[in-house]
Design a protein around this ligand. Structure first.
Ligand code: FAD
Ligand code: MG
Ligand code: MG
Ligand code: MG
Ligand code: MG
Length: 551
């Protein structure tokens, strides 16, 4: 560790002194964190165990509040308002944290080392280096997925990083300037002002809405001569846009866009994008079309980064789309490496795999059957270890365990309830169908980062008492609870200050409140007051002066 090197240097002339020092300063465990996005930042903000030494490695020395990236593309919010320098965050911590601006190129789990390359050019030979770790936390996120569609990399815009948003903004304004030049034909103006969005997920939809607002609020005043040539097309390969949302929101959005003249083409697959044309294939009849365009935003989903693909091959997870971890966010089979956020997925354990073992533990009197009391004593442990069971009981609207067990026993009239192993199995046989992969969202990454920090905060206590007084593997007071996700709702800004919200319990609301209020429901802790103040002032400024269109 750096501290030790410093001490050793100071006392090389006095070996005895050095020994004494190393006794009073126990070596700190080294945690290496890859990434400064939602997951990484949330881990850092929640870590408060000073017995660790943390080194953050990321090519980006700032955090980005991604939900507001689309608002940067058309000038509603300033880029600097939604970033937070990492050094501002770590200097306030009581934990020893350092930052290295570099990209991790390779992970060596056996030798507990990572290999990195500095992102900044220093004109020296220090650009590639290795970093040792005791614990590694992988939070590198994901990258845009082009599905190997020809021409996408070369000709499309993406919206993932702050640079992307700024490039889009510059390109949008340049398109209007270009289209305003003299001596262009109508066809040429139409082509320049044809904006195509590929992918009807939340990002694509929000960008379409932002662009539409921009055209109607600003372009009409600033470029009135070219307004008539503007066209916005949204291409979606499946039957509906926003298909991860409730039907009501999907319908509302499709109708709103229809009214506003945004051309939503459903069942439309992009096959190729050349420098001037975008080619699509209709899903039903296979008809292909090529259309001239000015600008394309590609927003069809995410895939693993090269680092993660390579690491998955190394550890025998070659065919997966994301790094598999257990419910404690430990990479499968590796004890001291964790992964969370968009680069990882939790491999949820099935309750049916352990059902016989659970039955044995629950049957405390070894009678071969479970009484209501025995069942009640273990159900909380089961629900904690296998969250799908809790979802299952909720989905079946089980309020009364006795009725549930009577049903499992298949005899409602019977007085005493005692389940044998087969009846116990059948009671829970459908529970695993409730298992779902968590979505790749900031909300998940944020909760996972906070969860993992809590585990690290309590690590020694738990190592001293690894099993705890528990009956089911992995539960109990002294162990860490497995990660469990709390869904707080999902928002889809639809333009015109309208935001659709889908809250837990099938609550859907489409209203005129500022997006920021919605985000504050789950994001306020993540962002500093500086950022919040900047975003609000951007909105106020826009309200008074209009958008900044200087590009
Ligand atoms: P990221 O936040 O992507 O962070 C990854 C970090 O790793 C970055 O700092 C990156 O620089 C770093 N990194 C990359 N490669 C390496 C490497 N080789 N070595 C070291 N570091 C590396 N989610 C919501 O819940 N609500 C929303 O409204 C919402 N809106 C969104 C809008 C847009 C435009 C986008 C793009 C995403 C949105 N999301 C939203 C999704 C959300 O941003 C992601 O799910 C979230 O960022 C995932 O967090 P993460 O930490 O896993 O990855
Ligand atoms: Mg991260
Ligand atoms: Mg981020
Ligand atoms: Mg994930
Ligand atoms: Mg019994």
């Amino acid at each position: 560790s750096k501290n030790h090197v410093a001490h050793a240097d100071a006392v090389t002339s006095n070996g005895a002194h050095w020994t004494a020092l190393s006794e009073v300063v126990p070596k700190k465990k080294k945690v290496v964190l890859l990434g400064t996005g939602w997951a990484g930042m949330s881990f850092l903000k929640n870590l408060n165990n000073p017995t660790y030494e943390v080194e953050v490695v990321s090519p980006r020395n700032f955090f980005v509040f991604t939900p507001l990236l689309p608002s940067v593309t058309c000038g509603k919010v300033e880029a600097r308002s939604i970033v937070e320098p990492i050094r501002n965050i770590i200097r306030k911590k009581n934990v020893d944290i350092s930052f290295t601006e570099a990209e991790c190129l390779k992970i060596d789990p056996e030798n507990k080392k990572i290999y990195c390359r500095a992102t900044l050019n220093t004109n020296s030979n220090v650009e590639e280096f290795a970093v040792d770790f005791d614990y590694l936390i992988i939070a590198v996120g994901a990258q845009v997925n082009t599905f190997n569609t020809p021409g996408v990399k070369e000709n499309c815009h993406f919206l993932k990083e702050i640079d992307d948003a700024q490039k889009i903004r510059k390109n949008v304004i340049e398109s209007f300037e270009k289209a305003s030049l003299p001596n262009l034909s109508d066809e040429e103006r139409k082509k320049i002002l044809h904006f195509v969005i590929v992918g009807g997920g939340p990002t694509g939809v929000e960008f379409a809405a932002e662009l539409h607002d921009f055209v109607n609020e600003d372009v009409v005043k600033l470029y009135p001569m070219v307004r008539a040539y503007v066209k916005i097309t949204l291409l979606e390969a499946t039957d509906h846009i926003l298909n991860m949302f409730d039907k009501r929101i999907t319908n509302f959005a499709e109708h709103k866009f229809g009214r506003e003249g945004i051309d939503v083409k459903l069942g439309s697959m992009v096959t190729e994008i050349s420098k001037n044309e975008i080619s699509t294939k209709e899903r039903g009849n296979g008809k292909t079309t090529s259309t001239p365009y000015g600008m394309v935003l590609w927003s069809t989903g995410i895939g693993p980064r090269p680092l993660i693909k390579e690491f998955m091959k190394q550890i025998g997870q070659g065919n997966r789309r994301a790094l598999a971890t257990d419910e404690w966010l430990r990479v499968e089979g590796l004890d001291n490496i964790y992964a969370l956020g968009d680069c990882a997925t939790i491999n949820q354990r099935k309750v049916m795999e352990d059902i016989s073992e659970i039955f044995k533990k629950a049957d405390t009197d070894n009678s071969g059957t479970l009484t209501v009391k025995e069942f009640q004593e273990i159900i909380d442990d089961i629900c904690e270890r296998y969250p799908q069971v809790e979802l299952y009981l909720k989905s079946k609207q089980v309020r009364n365990i006795v009725d549930f067990l009577k049903e499992a026993q298949g005899d409602a009239a019977k007085e005493s309830i005692e389940l044998n192993i087969e009846e116990f199995k059948s009671a829970l046989s459908q529970a695993d169908s409730q298992m779902k992969n968590l979505p790749a969202t900031a909300q998940v990454a944020n909760q996972q980062g906070a969860y993992l920090a809590k585990c690290f905060n309590r690590m020694e206590e738990c190592e001293k008492n690894p099993e705890g007084p528990t009956r089911i593997r992995g539960t109990g007071r002294h162990r860490f609870h497995p990660f469990s996700y709390r869904h707080l709702g999902q928002f889809a800004p639809l333009g015109g200050e309208q935001t659709a919200a889908q809250l837990p319990g099938d609550w859907v609301s489409i209203g005129h409140s500022e997006q920021w209020l919605w985000y504050s429901v789950y994001a306020s802790k993540q962002v500093s007051w500086r950022t919040r103040a900047l975003v609000v002032s951007d909105w106020v400024r826009r309200f008074i002066f209009g958008r900044d269109t200087s590009g």
